[in-house]
Ligand binder design. Structure first.
Ligand code: UN1
Length: 498
C-alpha cells in the first residue's frame, strides 16, 4: 500500500517521488507500506498552507475548536481496537499497551475539548481608579511537531491537541518508524471537522524533514520528543531563531526499593517499568537501586520472572514483550551488554538476542538484568532505550537518593517504602519531574504535567494544564475608563515617601 503526505488539504506524494518502506519489527517480511520520503520543498509547501490554516483557525472561537477535538476523541474511542492493532504492527509493543496508547490520546482529546471553555486569563485590580487590568491568551502561529516512535498516537496527541485548541495550526513530522499511525490521526482530525489547512502531515527523515521544519522562519513554535543529542541541535537552531521550543528527551529512571518495601509490589513494578514497551520509554526503569537487606532475595526472584516473560508478536495473545523497533536499536542494546560486562557487571538473566522460530524474523532481545553495577558504570548513567535493567546495591535511603540524582537526566523516579516520612523526603529530594511512590517509573496520566529536569527537558511540560501556556501567548489589556490621563506609578504616589 502506498501512503501519502497531507499538504495543502490534499493527500500527495513527496514532490521528488521518493519513498521509504515501513515494516513490522516483529516480522520484517511484513511490509506495511511505502511512505513519501519528503524534503525541504515539501515542508515549504506545508508551512505555506499551514499559515492559511492559521488565519482561519485563530478566528474560530475556542469552544468551537474544542468541539472538533471532542469529536476526535469520540472517533478514536470507536476505533480504539483497530488503531491499537495497526500501531502494534508498525512498532511492536503488545496490543494491551497500544490500547493504552490510544486511550491516552482519547483522554488528551477530551481534556482539550473542555479546555476550550476555560483557557483562563486573569482579571487583576489596577493600582489606579476606574481602570481594569486583565490577561488573556492568544494563539501563536504554525507549530512544528516532531514525534517519536514509542508512543505513536499518545505523543502526537499531547502536542497537537493543545496546539490546536489554543488556535494554532500544525505541521506534524512523525517518526519514520510509525507513519501509519500518524496518517490515521490526521484522517480522524479531518473526519471530525478540522479545516484541512490547519493540519499538515509530512513524512520522512529527521535530518531532512525535521531539520527543514525547525529551520523554517515561518514556524515560531517547535515541540520535539526524542534523543537528548538531537534535542541539543534543535535547541541551538531554535535559540538562534528566537523560537519557542519544548524539548522532551532522555531518561535514566530509577526504581528505589528500600528494606521496608512490599517486595511483591516492587517486583511487579520493576518488571512492568523495565520491560514494558521493551524498555523503549523515556520513562522506562533502567536502574534498580536496592537496599542491601533485600537485595539478594529481590534480584533472585526478579531474574526468575524476567526469564519467564514471553517474547513475541505483540498481536499474539499471551505476548509480554515485543521486539525492538529496528535492528539498529537491537545492536545498540547488544553493545551495552558488552560494555556492562567489560566494566564488571554480572548478567544474571538475558544478555543476548532472542531467536528461534518466528522470533528469527524480528528484532527481539532477551529481557536483561545486570547486577554488581556501580554508579560510575556506563550502564548506570547512559540511556539504553531497551530491555536492560542495571541493579545497584545501596546501604540506605540517603545513598539511594544520592545515586538517583547522580545522572545527567531527570525524568521519573520511583520509591517503594512503607514509611511515610521516607516517601515525602523522596518527593522533596529527588531531582526528577515525576516521582512515584509504591508505583513504577511509568504510568503518567494525561491530565497532569509531564516532563523532566536537567538533560531531560528545557523546563516545559506536556499534558495537564501547563502545556496550554506553551502553545499560547499571554497578552495583557489595560482599560482606563476614568476619562483622564492617569500615570501609573506616579499619579497614585504623589507624595515623596521618606
Ligand atoms: C514516554 O516514555 O515517551 O508514563 C512517554 C508513561 C506514558 C508516557 C510515556 N504514559 O509511561
Amino acid at each position: 500500500m502506498e501512503f501519502r503526505n497531507f499538504i495543502n488539504g490534499r493527500w500527495v506524494p513527496a514532490m521528488s517521488g521518493a519513498t521509504f518502506e515501513n515494516r513490522n519489527p516483529a516480522d520484517s517480511r511484513d511490509l506495511i507500506g511505502t511512505f513519501p520520503r519528503s524534503a525541504k520543498v515539501d515542508v515549504d509547501e506545508a508551512v505555506a498552507s499551514a499559515k492559511r490554516g492559521f488565519a482561519l483557525w485563530k478566528a474560530t472561537p475556542a469552544p468551537a475548536r474544542g468541539d472538533v477535538l471532542r469529536r476526535v476523541g469520540e472517533i478514536m474511542l470507536r476505533r480504539k481496537d483497530e488503531i491499537a492493532d495497526l500501531m502494534t504492527r508498525e512498532m511492536g509493543k503488545p496490543v494491551a499497551e497500544t490500547k493504552g496508547d490510544v486511550q491516552e490520546g482519547i483522554d488528551t482529546a477530551f481534556y482539550a475539548a473542555t479546555e476550550g471553555r476555560r483557557l483562563f486569563g486573569h482579571t487583576v485590580p489596577s493600582e489606579l481608579r476606574d481602570k481594569w487590568a486583565m490577561s488573556f491568551r492568544r494563539p501563536i502561529g504554525v507549530t512544528g511537531l516532531i514525534t517519536p516512535f514509542n508512543f505513536p498516537l499518545a505523543i502526537p496527541t499531547w502536542k497537537a491537541f493543545p496546539a490546536l485548541l489554543c488556535g494554532n495550526s500544525v505541521v506534524l513530522k512523525p517518526a519514520e518508524d510509525v507513519p501509519h499511525t500518524a496518517t490515521v490521526l490526521v484522517e480522524i482530525l479531518l473526519e471530525a471537522g478540522l479545516p484541512p489547512e490547519v493540519i499538515q502531515l509530512v513524512h520522512g527523515m529527521g535530518e531532512e524533514v525535521g531539520k527543514a521544519l525547525v529551520e523554517h522562519p515561518d514556524v515560531p513554535v517547535i515541540s520535539f520528543t526524542g534523543s537528548t543529542e538531537t534535542g541539543r541541535l534543535v535547541g541551538e537552531t531554535c535559540g538562534r531563531m528566537h523560537k519557542r521550543l519544548s524539548l522532551e528527551m532522555g531518561g535514566k529512571n530509577a526504581q528505589i526499593v528500600l528494606d521496608d518495601a512490599d517486595v511483591e509490589l516492587a517486583l511487579e513494578g520493576v518488571l512492568w517499568g523495565a520491560f514494558g514497551t521493551t524498555g523503549q520509554r523515556c520513562t522506562a526503569t533502567s536502574r534498580l537501586i536496592v537496599q542491601a537487606g533485600i537485595h539478594d532475595t529481590l534480584v533472585a526472584e526478579l531474574a526468575k520472572r524476567a526469564k519467564a516473560l514471553r517474547l513475541g508478536d505483540g498481536r499474539t495473545a499471551g505476548t509480554d514483550v515485543g521486539p525492538l523497533v529496528h535492528e539498529a536499536s537491537r545492536a545498540k542494546v547488544e553493545s551495552y551488554v558488552g560494555i556492562a560486562r567489560e566494566q564488571g557487571g554480572d548478567i544474571v538473566t538475558g544478555g543476548a538476542r532472542a531467536t528461534g522460530g518466528t522470533l528469527d524474523h524480528g528484532f527481539f532481545f532477551q529481557p536483561t538484568i545486570v547486577t554488581k553495577v556501580d554508579r560510575t558504570h556506563r550502564v548506570a548513567r547512559e540511556e539504553i532505550f531497551g530491555p536492560v535493567l542495571s541493579v545497584i546495591k545501596v546501604k540506605d535511603a540517603d545513598e539511594a537518593f544520592a545515586i538517583n540524582n547522580d545522572v545527567p537526566y531527570g525524568l521519573s523516579s520511583s520509591v517503594y517504602t512503607r514509611d511515610v516520612n521516607t516517601a515525602f523526603r523522596a518527593l522533596t529530594l529527588l531531582d526528577n519531574g515525576i516521582t512515584y511512590i509504591n508505583a513504577p517509573t511509568i504510568g503518567a496520566e494525561a491530565h497532569l504535567p509531564f516532563g523532566g529536569v536537567k538533560a531531560t527537558g528545557n523546563g516545559h511540560r506536556e499534558g495537564g494544564w501547563e502545556v496550554y501556556d506553551f502553545y499560547s501567548e499571554t497578552k495583557v489589556g489595560y482599560i482606563d475608563f476614568s476619562g483622564k490621563l492617569q500615570r501609573a506609578q506616579i499619579d497614585n504616589y504623589p507624595v515623596e515617601h521618606a
